[in-house]
Ligand binder design. Structure first.
Ligand SMILES: Cc1cc2nc3c(=O)[nH]c(=O)nc-3n(C[C@H](O)[C@H](O)[C@H](O)COP(=O)(O)OP(=O)(O)OC[C@H]3O[C@@H](n4cnc5c(N)ncnc54)[C@H](O)[C@@H]3O)c2cc1C
Length: 351
């Protein structure tokens, strides 16, 4: 079967790239073996414009958020799902210095649209141990990225456009200009494998990182919160009285499995915050596809131009994914020049 693009991996990166390629009229086939223990399935999908201890705007957030919102809205209507939830973030501030720093930032140009003067705690006021003070962020959101990938998978099945198995690099035939893989003949194969790219024989020369994260899904029967709270950990409302709590962040790990220490840490932080009962429903873990300089990985292979890579969404896939997936699609289809910051060429050359 002749196709334009073979996409390997259908997490958030593969889903968004397939979407843009299809929207441009290209024929896409995906190979993915579904795994619950992937970043896309573990993530809360928080889009947070103001991050870090210094309360700075995330990289290129003024462009990324409107583009992400428009993309997810489009996918919601394509797939008849609801995944993009606008939710303000309440940020706990723990002393005068933090409060002063926060207030100083709100006065800076370009920050006022994201940072509110006063925080409205809603239900959290009565149910949590109060912090010294709070800041509130708007234009933030929670995107159900796991649900998006699962819904897109159903759509791909309906189109007979997915093979649900592990990709076998040995079967790849790169003798001609095209890519041959079993019955499939594609102009380009794009690897969107998340942290598993470390094992990809063609791209493993790139400095992939990897940061493990553990999360809890809990029920708070008397919760009724709408906003996201960032206290010792994030508490993110899901549906039906469930909340996502996380996450841990570790560079040293043996595997992607949940650990007793991770659970203990998260439950401990929760007990520090919540003054009402909660029940743990699920404990998940996964590896984030991080890169040293925290910028995505886009590009074609230096020796095999029929092979390409879209990866490195790190800890911020929900906001970075749509904008850079579209850039990748434009690069693949229209040959636009990749922005230097995301071009894998910044880490040349192959060893
Ligand atoms: C605990 C945790 C919390 C997070 N919270 C947030 C958050 O709040 N906000 C945010 O923006 N981001 C968050 N992230 C980051 C976000 O999840 C990632 O940036 C994003 O999901 C990465 O998507 P991906 O498609 O690159 O990788 P993955 O999700 O790992 O998907 C890769 C896919 O490729 C498949 N695959 C890989 N290799 C092969 C192969 N050889 N053959 C077949 N299939 C293959 C895998 O099975 C998988 O389906 C979080 C991540 C973690 C772990």
């Amino acid at each position: 079967m002749k196709i334009d693009f073979l996409i390997i991996g259908q997490g958030l990166a593969g889903t968004l790239l397939s979407h843009f390629l299809e929207q441009a009229g290209k024929r896409v086939h995906v190979i993915d073996h579904f795994d619950e223990r992937t970043a896309t399935q573990a993530a809360a999908g928080i889009i947070n414009p103001i991050t870090g201890r210094r309360y700075v705007k995330s990289w290129r957030v003024d462009e990324l958020i409107p583009f992400a919102r428009a993309t997810y809205r489009k996918l919601e209507s394509r797939l008849s799902i609801s995944i993009y939830h606008e939710r303000n973030i309440l940020r706990a501030l723990f002393n005068t210095r933090e409060e002063n720093d926060w207030l100083a930032r709100t006065a800076e140009e370009g920050y006022d649209r994201y940072m509110l003067d006063a925080a409205e705690l809603e239900g959290y006021a009565a149910c949590t141990v109060p912090a010294y003070s709070y800041g509130e962020v708007q234009h933030s959101a929670q995107v159900e990225v796991g649900r998006l990938a699962r819904a897109y998978r159903v759509y791909l099945r309906e189109q007979n456009a997915i093979t649900e198995e592990t990709f076998d690099y040995e079967q790849l035939d790169l003798a001609g200009k095209a890519v041959l893989y079993g019955e499939l003949e594609a102009q380009t194969a794009v690897f969107c494998e998340g942290p598993r790219a470390k094992q990809n024989p063609f791209f493993s020369y790139l400095p992939f990182g990897g940061a493990k994260g553990e999360v809890l899904i809990i029920r708070i029967p008397d919760g009724h919160f709408e906003k996201i709270l960032k206290h010792r950990v994030f508490i993110v409302p899901l549906q039906e009285g469930l909340y996502w709590v996380g996450s841990t962040y570790s560079w040293n790990y043996e595997d992607a499995n949940p650990t007793a220490e991770g659970r203990e840490y998260l439950e401990g932080r929760l007990r520090d915050i919540l003054q009402i009962p909660f029940e743990v429903v699920e404990h998940r873990a996964a590896i984030r596809p991080t890169v040293k300089d925290r910028r995505p990985f886009l590009g074609r292979h230096p020796q095999f131009p029929q092979l390409a890579l879209f990866n490195g969404l790190g800890a911020k896939g929900a906001s970075l994914g749509p904008f850079w997936a579209r850039h990748m699609a434009d690069f693949l289809i229209k040959n636009v020049t990749l922005e230097e910051a995301v071009d894998i060429g910044r880490f040349h050359t192959q060893g």
